[in-house]
Design a binder for this molecule. Structure first.
Ligand code: NAP
Length: 156
């Protein structure tokens, strides 16, 4: 069982707004949502409490196991719960959760979608950023071009 992170970033690693509207994202890319779906369907998606307010949890539960994590939960318990299921765990944000796992948990793979310039990005009131993952020892091991984004895969 792998523990992966998946995230989409705009310029300067912008990932969202502290008090977002709509589905929480500052952009619209159906292609990138489909990429997220393709990677996570059949697996376990882990969201922080704030992100969970914007994600269509019920819809996602039809094809994925959804875990909304609080700071009181032990990640080891989640790993234990799914370790023999053949499913992978995807850490799906938001900003607080990404930072915590980058700092405290060695993940197998990071999938980072970097949006291309033509994708319109709304201006955030309180911008949230993904830290530079390189400073935690992750390196690019592959990349794939899509119309709206480039998908980078990182490993330690
Ligand atoms: N671009 C992307 O790919 C992407 C993906 C996901 C989210 N986002 C964006 O991220 C933003 C939300 O980020 P956020 O930082 O406000 O919230 P968040 O990370 O979604 O949730 C934070 C909450 O999660 C709980 N939590 C769980 N594990 C924790 C831990 N180990 N340490 C600390 N807290 C933990 C805490 O709640 P308790 O204190 O109640 O325990 C904390 O308040 C939204 O704008 C969303 O759109 C972007």
């Amino acid at each position: 069982m792998a523990v992966n992170m998946i995230v989409c970033v705009a310029k300067d690693n912008l990932i969202g707004d502290k008090n977002p509207e709509g589905n929480g994202l500052l952009w619209h890319s159906k292609e990138e949502l489909l990429f997220f779906k393709e990677k996570t369907v059949g697996n376990v998606v882990v969201f922080g409490k704030n992100t969970a307010k914007y994600v269509p949890i019920k819809l996602m539960e039809k094809t994925r196991d959804v875990v909304v994590i609080s700071s009181k939960d032990r990640f080891e318990d989640i790993v234990e719960r799914y370790k023999d299921t053949g499913k992978d765990i995807f850490i799906c944000g938001g900003a607080t959760v990404y930072k915590y796992y980058l700092e405290n948990y060695p993940m197998d793979r990071l999938y980072i979608s970097k949006l291309k310039d033509h994708v319109e990005v709304k201006k955030p009131h309180l911008p949230l950023y993904l830290p530079e993952v390189e400073k935690y020892g992750y390196k690019v091991i592959g990349c794939e071009e899509h119309q709206d984004f480039t998908s980078y895969i990182y490993e330690k």
